[in-house]
Design a protein around this ligand. Structure first.
Ligand SMILES: [Zn+2]
Length: 482
């Protein structure tokens, strides 16, 4: 059995228990806490009265976060904001904490498990209609179709009409809820609740009530050497890239989570899980909420196909020549920490660690490596309800049409890092930027985070070596970081 080091991260009474990851390859999991329940506290309504015209990620910081770290974190926020246009403000507090070795960072999204599936579906559709985004709309329709038990052929056929989708009211004549395979083998057909983070709920236009003004909490491990040169495209030797990890943890808080990770029975399938499929679930026309050794994939057509995206990137080599690289991303999900059930040892709230690197929501980060948001990261955000401006991610011509390479792939548009860095610097020094929340007050933060962890109902505090996470027992190197 492993020996755990008890750490007091937020409170002297309560202790964190991160789960265990083996690490044979010097790759460190980017960690996300999602654990068991506490009693719900009474809710106080705090509306999301954000007047902004695009996503604003309002970061506040613990007293021990340096100016350099703030600038690197603000850069991460600005990168997400570059692509997402929902007029919402997402408040996230960031701390440096002594996390266990092997954990680069942690995210605790403020979330609720009791959103109605039909409300999610309806909002996702209307959001898509407002934005004129047929892809979103189709995804929502496919969600509905999962409930109709229609044959794959029919769904595929309907998919082919994507040029002018004419969906009928998905609720007509259908029961409420989604079809899902649970770990015990049962197939649920009447489950009507899903789990959505506060930020995701606001993006959907669903109400999000909380006693806390925070929508999420991020910790980065103060034990590691960090590098702050994301904008320059380099990473210091023997260091981990700070901005990459903040990008990742913001992604969790925005809604890239799976209900598979918390203790069984405490969570619900998330908005992202509505697109979580297996070959088996595809045959049943259901989403897959189980852990086993078979591939799990992100699908936007009712589980019929794995979402796959090829995109081209142009970089300049040392000679000054433009080098064109096309990468094809297959959107596979990580399969969960429980290796005994066939999980891959990483939390299901991620893409599977794959080649090519799928994007910012890869569960592992290597030293001396920076990681980018990719087209599949943004597509996932799009489908769970964000308005993603893909034309800010891909190159367009004077008419606003996508520029395609010779194979018909879209070409990634480089970010203007000189501009973003200057903006990050301004933000990191501007106290007025954070009117809603008093920064640098760790007691206030602890109270806020404890409040929303209670309200979310899926988190618990303290270590747990009950063994439901099979890594330590089964992986000879699994305890190496402990
Ligand atoms: Zn993660």
């Amino acid at each position: 059995m492993c020996k755990f080091t008890v750490m007091n991260v937020l409170s002297t009474k309560k202790e964190y228990k991160p789960s265990i990851f083996g690490d044979k390859h010097q790759r460190k999991p980017i960690y996300q806490y999602l654990v068991a329940p506490l009693a719900l506290a009474a809710a106080l309504i705090l509306g999301n009265n954000a007047p902004a015209s695009a996503l604003k990620i309002n970061l506040t910081y613990g007293a021990n976060v340096t100016q350099e770290q703030k600038e690197a974190a603000e850069l991460a926020a600005l990168i997400w904001e570059s692509y997402i246009t929902d007029p919402i403000t997402v408040n996230i507090h960031l701390d440096m904490s002594e996390l266990p070795w092997g954990k680069m960072g942690a995210a605790i999204p403020n979330l609720r498990t009791n959103y109605n599936y039909d409300a999610f579906k309806t909002k996702a559709e209307s959001e898509a209609e407002l934005a004129g985004q047929n892809t979103d709309f189709l995804a929502a329709v496919e969600l509905a179709e999962q409930n109709t038990y229609s044959s794959p052929t029919v769904e595929l056929a309907e998919q082919n009409t994507s040029s002018s989708p004419t969906p009928t009211n998905p609720d007509d004549g259908l029961f409420s809820g989604y079809k899902i395979i649970y770990q015990n083998g049962t197939i649920g057909t009447t489950d009507s609740n899903i789990m959505i983070t506060g930020a995701n709920a606001m993006a959907l236009g669903l109400s999000f009530n909380s006693q806390s003004v925070l929508h999420g909490y991020i910790q980065l491990n103060s034990r590691y050497n960090w590098s702050y040169k994301y904008a320059q495209g380099t990473v210091d030797k023997n260091s981990f890239d700070f901005t990459s990890v903040v990008l990742h943890e913001i992604g969790h808080n925005l809604g890239f989570i799976s209900g598979i990770d918390p203790a069984p029975g405490t969570a619900k399938p998330s908005s992202l899980d509505m697109f979580r499929c297996s070959d088996y679930s595809a045959k049943l026309g259901a989403i897959d909420f189980t852990v086993d050794s078979q591939r799990r994939y992100f699908s936007i057509d009712g589980c019929q196909t794995v979402f796959t995206l090829a995109e081209t990137e142009e970089t300049t080599n040392k000679k000054g020549d433009i080098v064109t690289t096309t990468r094809t991303y297959e959107a596979l999900f990580a399969r969960g920490t429980n290796r005994r059930l066939g999980g891959d040892g990483t939390q299901a709230s991620h893409w599977a660690d794959n080649n090519p690197d799928p994007g910012i929501m890869n569960p592992l980060l290597q030293g001396n490596t920076k990681r980018k948001l990719t087209g599949i990261d943004l597509t996932a955000m799009d489908y769970i309800g964000y308005d993603v401006d893909h034309k800010k991610y891909y190159q367009t011509d004077a008419n606003g049409d996508y520029i395609l390479d010779s194979k018909g792939n879209k070409i990634v548009k480089p970010l203007d890092f000189a501009f973003l860095s200057s903006q990050a610097q301004i933000r990191a020094t501007g106290d007025n930027y954070r009117p809603q929340y008093s920064p640098d007050n760790d007691d206030t933060t602890r109270t806020e985070v404890e409040k929303f962890m209670d309200e979310s109902g899926i988190y618990y505090w303290g270590w747990d070596d009950s063994g439901d996470n099979g890594d330590c027992e089964n992986d000879p190197n699994g305890c190496v970081w402990w």
